[in-house]
Design a protein around this ligand. Structure first.
Ligand code: PAF
Length: 283
């Protein structure tokens, strides 16, 4: 497995693969890889001839008071995981390689970025769309893989690819959870033992909401109220949002009469965690 730090290095390799007629899968990540990322890499390896994993903590998607500096990094452990999983290349650039001194071009999107994480983190999706666009141009993948845990991000990327007529397929992959239900996240490492226990309130709320919807509850207000109530009983938890939106447009929608995304963001101490479920069918 190759580790490339430069855009030119990745482009040269990718062009050589393309010349041989090989298909390319891209798994964009910020590193500190866990089972969730591994599931994306496994799927990409199964569906493509060569897999590129990008590992880049993208500064322009973090707000000024967020965790850019403290975000966990471990390129050695990440390389081992990628190699074992069968990736062909890791792209691990420095910020200066991605954002030269003359960098002034951004991909901005309205509508689908207005609610949920887009509301709480105003510059976040502009940074995500810009870097993902760059990664697509660098790795030229046939397919790119994103986890459903960042459901709004998945909807945003799908919209971007459609709106800008990009030539690749976006593959969404299911949430991977710890044995006790907590959704896997690199940010789980911030949690103290007590907070780790308290963080289970997220998956419990998701389970509760999902069970209500699957039992036929169509009133979104009732579902959200039950979830908020459950979370408010955990002293270490502070709700950022608990919302129901249309899955394709991410517009607030409190009726289960179309595919809906129920998404939550909750601070456990200082750590902001997210979780969600998607109800595709109306029951
Ligand atoms: O989901 C992430 O880890 C990041 O937002 C992504 C897609 C790698 C862009 O930096």
């Amino acid at each position: 497995m190759q580790i490339e730090k430069t855009v030119a290095g990745v482009k040269a390799q990718v062009k050589a693969w393309k010349k041989e007629g090989l298909s390319i899968g891209l798994v964009p990540t910020m590193g500190y890889l866990h089972e969730g990322h591994k599931s994306l890499i496994d799927r990409a390896v199964a569906e493509n001839d060569r897999v590129v994993v990008s590992i880049f903590v993208n500064p322009i998607q973090f707000g000024p008071t967020e965790d850019l500096e403290s975000y966990p990094r471990d390129l050695n452990a990440d390389s081992l995981l990628c190699e074992k999983a069968g990736a062909a290349l890791i792209f691990a650039p420095e910020p200066s390689e991605m954002y030269g001194e003359d960098f002034t071009t951004f991909v901005d999107m309205s509508g689908v970025t207005g609610e949920l994480c887009g509301k709480s983190r105003p510059i976040h999706f502009r940074g995500v769309c810009t870097v993902v666009n760059k990664l697509f141009n660098i790795a030229m993948p046939d397919r790119a893989y994103f986890g459903q845990k960042d459901a709004q991000q998945l909807a945003v990327i799908r919209r971007m690819v459609r709106n800008l007529n990009m030539n690749l397929e976006i593959v969404g992959c299911p949430i991977i959870r710890e044995a006790d239900g907590l959704a896997k996240s690199s940010r789980n490492t911030y949690l103290s033992a007590e907070e780790r226990q308290a963080a289970l309130v997220l998956s419990r709320a998701i389970k509760t909401g999902q069970a209500m919807v699957q039992a036929g509850e169509k009133d979104g207000e009732k579902v959200l109220a039950a979830m908020r109530q459950l979370i408010s009983e955990e002293p270490l938890a502070r709700i950022d949002y608990v919302e129901m939106v249309k899955w394709d447009t991410i517009e607030i929608h409190h009726r289960v009469d179309c595919p809906v995304l129920v998404a939550i963001a909750v601070f456990i101490g200082k750590t902001r965690l997210i979780d969600n479920f998607i109800q595709e069918q109306t029951i």
